[in-house]
Design a binder for this molecule. Structure first.
Ligand code: SAH
Length: 380
């Protein structure tokens, strides 16, 4: 008698959508494409995926039918599943994206990705980690444990999903809707720098997604030892979540400050590769009522940033259930902004966008996986 065979589902086919050139080459080798043809095949498939937005190998008309069929047998071009899409009255869109969990016992992980349309451009805010380890006291994501880093493919997939939903293909369309990327979603991008670097490489490739590196901004809470590497290897724009002008206060708001205090952080900014008046570093400053919003804070901020090519984004605090902070009063924000403006900085107050759809922020997810998120108008 033969033993009963274990019932197992076939492994899902690997998606090529979101891979780097190197990863794509490796994948094509596994189905027996000869070494000398790999480069050409990568170019062809790459172009269809990232220029044309192909979702099916049958669209790849300059590839012979037999090869297209072989690709179809072994791979897909699928994107992670969107579990929810919300559209705000102001045009802001939020997608909740399901990523596979590490093991079968867990449900999928959810990350958010937000599209913010503005006059003449559209910014996509992407996540780099599920959850975050930093525990910034005003940030909802900080109250959640880190689940895992995103792969480069999962970061790129957020752009593919947005382009699909916005009908924003091909990549060289003159009226593209996604023109800018900001790494200001969930997670600390400099704690997942390898994946972030690869994702930027894919997103900025001129024969593909074609988002110029100068239109890609990486925001960090201040992982000082990784800042130079980010600049040297990606050419991306830098944003710093500063939020305080003294170390004792910043220690409370952004506990990473205890490791890398303000002076060290600003020194790394002064040395950021490529920073210039034409390529300024953005300093984000969240307005917290009676915490960091006095005129004295504004003056200290301005003097701290002396000799750094900077722009300042004042962000009204976005409250979440259980937060101990409130957003500063409007007069306070205006006064703060005036001082910053008088010191020579355009200091736009970033009016929160998509308030109506973010009102239920984090509540879309299962209780255990509640994760916070903010979407604002970003000056990148
Ligand atoms: N870890 C990175 C990127 C993610 S947070 C960083 O710290 O920069 C993106 C921005 O949103 C940061 O400036 C963060 O400080 C800000 N932020 C977090 N929670 C917020 C809230 N409740 N209201 C307004 N801005 C918030």
């Amino acid at each position: 008698m033969t033993a009963p065979q274990p019932i197992s589902a076939p492994a899902p086919l690997k998606s090529l959508a979101g891979l780097s050139r190197g990863e794509l080459g490796e994948a094509l080798k596994t189905i027996g494409i000869e070494e000398r043809a790999i480069k050409m095949r990568v170019e062809q498939v790459w172009h269809w995926i990232y220029h044309g937005g192909a979702k099916d190998f049958s669209e790849m008309r300059n590839i012979a039918k037999e090869l297209r069929e072989k690709l179809q047998q072994h791979f897909t071009l699928s994107r992670p599943e969107i579990t929810t899409q919300q559209v705000s009255v102001d045009g802001t869109r939020k997608w909740l994206v399901a990523l596979p969990a590490d093991n079968i016992a867990q449900k999928s992980h959810l990350v958010e990705c937000v599209y913010i349309p503005e006059e003449g451009r559209g910014t996509l805010c992407v996540s780099s980690q599920v959850g975050c380890t930093l525990n910034c006291s005003f940030c909802h994501t900080g109250t959640q444990r880190l689940v895992r880093n995103l792969t480069a493919q999962e970061i790129v997939a957020q752009l593919l999903i947005a382009r699909d939903a916005l009908d924003d293909w091909p990549s060289n369309d003159e009226n593209r809707r996604v023109t800018n990327i900001v790494f200001m979603g969930m997670g600390e991008p400099l704690y997942n720098l390898d994946a972030v670097k690869t994702a930027i490489e894919v997103m900025s490739d001129g024969d593909g997604l074609s988002i110029s590196r100068r239109r890609i901004t990486v925001s960090t809470a201040g992982v000082v030892p990784k800042i130079a590497e980010l600049g040297e290897e990606t050419g991306a724009m830098l944003a710093i979540s500063l939020h305080a002008t003294t170390n004792p206060l910043r220690d409370k708001l952004v506990p990473l400050n205890k490791k890398y205090p303000i002076e060290e952080l600003l020194e790394a900014c002064r040395n950021y590769p490529g920073a210039s008046n034409a390529k300024r570093i953005t300093f984000e400053y969240v307005m917290l009522k009676d915490v960091n919003d006095t005129p004295a804070d504004a003056r200290r901020l301005v003097s701290l940033l002396k000799n750094i090519p900077a722009k300042i984004n004042l962000i009204p605090f976005n409250p979440w259930p259980g937060a101990v902070y409130e957003c500063s009063d409007w007069e306070r924000i205006e006064r703060f902004s005036e001082i910053v403006f008088d010191a020579g900085y355009a200091s736009p107050v970033r009016t929160p966008r998509g308030r109506d759809i973010l009102a239920a922020c984090g509540q879309l997810k299962s209780e255990t996986e509640k994760l916070g998120f903010r979407a604002r108008q970003i000056d990148a």
